[in-house]
Design a protein around this ligand. Structure first.
Ligand code: 5RP
Length: 223
């Protein structure tokens, strides 16, 4: 099974999981990235099963609209039934590193506003300890050098993501070569730096469920 086939298989498994939860007036949260795109494409055939979607990026909003799915602003809804999104890494506690696609802040907001967070990945994303994948930190542009110096003081190695601007008009510093032994503590510590909007650790609000594609089939992981 190719990685693309695994992404499609896990998107279908997510669809099978969420469809029974959706009602005609439900709002669904939609993530960003190639696995989330497979989910959007699979969801398109069921657009009558829910009312509308909140997207975690402009790219996902555009893809949803291209399928005729109504996209609404988070401020116009009272809550989200379920959020479906990918990840760059996940650990045994379902803590995540996200933001490889740069959508981490909106992803974290939509996850926070959702009753349930279903993370969809292939097995390449499974790790014992987070940190091999560079951790994205979204930063207000004028604070870029200051935050980079503060990160260096913490003993980590930030790298400016050249030429990339987030949907919120900010920049990304990717922090390399970490062994994240205390994900909740690090998530708080990085968010406390002035100029940081948020970072790509999802440990304070981890996934509720991870659906992981393997060549043998899709596994359901909970804590
Ligand atoms: C985007 C994300 C994505 O969920 C993450 O990068 C995984 O993407 P893909 O499904 O393409 O591997 O956090 O900001």
């Amino acid at each position: 099974m190719t990685q693309d086939e695994m992404k499609q298989a896990v998107a279908q498994a997510a669809l099978d999981y969420v469809l029974p939860k959706l009602k005609a007036d439900s709002v669904i949260g939609i993530g960003t990235g190639s696995t989330a795109n497979c989910f959007i494409d699979a969801l398109a055939a069921h657009k009558g099963a829910f009312e509308s979607a909140v997207a975690s990026s402009e790219a996902s909003a555009e893809r949803l609209r291209s399928h005729g799915i109504e996209v609404v602003d988070l401020n116009s809804v009272s809550g989200i039934e379920v959020y479906v999104d990918g990840a760059d890494e996940f650990d045994p506690h379902l803590n995540l590193v996200k933001g490889g696609g740069g959508a981490l802040t909106r992803e974290k907001i939509v996850a926070a506003a959702s009753k349930e967070f279903v993370c969809i990945v292939d097995q390449s994303k499974q790790v014992d300890v987070l940190g091999a994948f560079p951790l994205p930190v979204e930063v207000i542009p004028m604070a870029r050098s200051y935050v980079a110096r503060e990160l260096a003081k913490l003993g980590v190695h930030p790298e400016y993501r050249q030429g990339f601007v987030t949907d919120n008009g900010n920049i990304i510093l990717d922090v390399h070569d970490m062994e994240i032994l205390n994900p909740k503590g690090l998530e708080r510590e990085l968010n406390d730096l002035v100029g940081v909007v948020t970072n790509g650790l999802f440990a304070l609000r981890p996934a509720d469920l991870v659906l992981m594609a393997t060549p043998e089939g899709v596994e359901t992981l909970t804590v």
